[in-house]
Design a binder for this molecule. Structure first.
Ligand code: MG
Length: 336
């Protein structure tokens, strides 16, 4: 385990370093308080520290305060103050500045070892708590089967992205993707196969988007994809890529290999009016409905329009932009 020693006295620093190395610690040294704080505030810096109280410029108490002030950004640092002070008021001051423990100089190796073990115990407890919290956060925002964002989380991401679009005027596109004839898969192959298909589709969807896009499980076999800064011909190409990738992927479940297809309804929000995301999701849903009605395994792009508004001039770009796209692919533009 890594440990930091901060001491302005080279001899004490060297002796302490030797002792800690004998205890099997990986030792990092700092000769002043400023450097110590900087090392400890680094996200991969040591989480255990022995800090001398008396140092020029930033003393041990200053290091404790600085580290505690920025505690939210890094995981917990367990700080032991090294001091020759024995006064109860000094000890109180040290603990109040944020030290977890103190040890008086000159320190006995056995006592030092025991106090460091206490620190390690606290740090491992803290690590387990953080892991448990992260796991809970993950479970609250992700779909258990596919590990994609769950419905509430993807809708909240859509809301945030729409607010960003409204500020920046950068287009955001929504795709509703639905697995074709999913009921048949469940009926003919069983629900376990159905689950495996959902997981396989989720995997393809995730690998088909950029790191800053988002994919969520919207409902049963329906997925909602949020593509930022994407519209027009670019959107048509992205949808078509996703559709074609799914259609050409053989899903292996046990001894069976299944070939499935999806239908996609897509819409773009251009950030010109403060319209509720639900309105655009409903438009994507209508487009998806049309993709299903027109024979499935295809994409339908809805023309963007704001609620109760005449279509903005920008939306007229859509058909002409998509003419540049290869129409042998099953894409259609919803104009109504
Ligand atoms: Mg000193």
């Amino acid at each position: 385990m890594k440990i930091l020693i901060a001491d302005d006295d080279p001899v004490s620093r060297f002796l302490m370093q030797r002792t800690l190395q004998k205890f099997d610690y990986e030792v990092v040294v700092a000769e002043d308080g400023g450097k110590a704080a900087e090392i400890l505030l680094n996200s991969d810096g040591p989480r255990l520290a022995l800090i001398d109280w008396m140092m020029p410029e930033l003393d041990g108490l200053g290091v404790c305060r600085k580290v505690r002030q920025h505690q939210d950004d890094t995981s917990y640092v367990y700080i032991i103050l090294l001091t020759s002070r024995q006064d109860s008021s000094d000890i109180v001051a040290g603990l109040e500045a944020g030290a977890d423990d103190y040890i008086t100089k000159p320190c006995q190796p056995a006592e030092l070892k025991a106090r460091l073990h206490t620190g390690q115990r606290i740090l491992s407890l803290e690590r387990r708590l953080v892991e448990a919290r992260e796991e809970m956060r993950f479970k609250a925002t992700h779909d258990a089967l596919t590990t994609l964002w769950n419905r509430a989380a993807i809708l909240s991401l859509v809301q945030g992205e729409f607010r960003r679009s409204l500020r920046s005027r950068n287009p955001t596109s929504l795709l509703l993707c639905d697995i074709d004839h999913f009921k048949r898969i469940n009926d003919n192959h069983g629900h376990l196969t159905g689950d495996a298909v959902l997981q396989a589709v989720a995997k393809v969807l995730i690998s088909s988007v950029r790191a800053y896009d988002a994919v969520g499980r919207y409902g049963g076999e329906e997925f909602l994809i949020l593509l930022s800064d994407c519209e027009g011909a670019g959107l048509a190409a992205r949808c078509e890529h996703i559709r074609a990738t799914i259609a050409s992927t053989l899903i292996q479940v046990g001894a069976e290999s299944l070939s499935i297809t999806i239908s996609i309804g897509a819409v773009t929000y251009e950030g010109f009016s403060d319209t509720a995301p639900e309105h655009f999701i409903a438009q994507a849903d209508e487009a998806l409905y049309r993709a299903k009605a027109e024979g499935r395994n295809r994409t339908v792009l809805a023309c963007p329009s704001s609620e109760g508004e005449v279509e903005s001039p920008h939306s007229t770009l859509w058909p002409s932009q998509s003419h540049a796209y290869d129409h042998s692919a099953p894409i259609s533009i919803q104009t109504s």
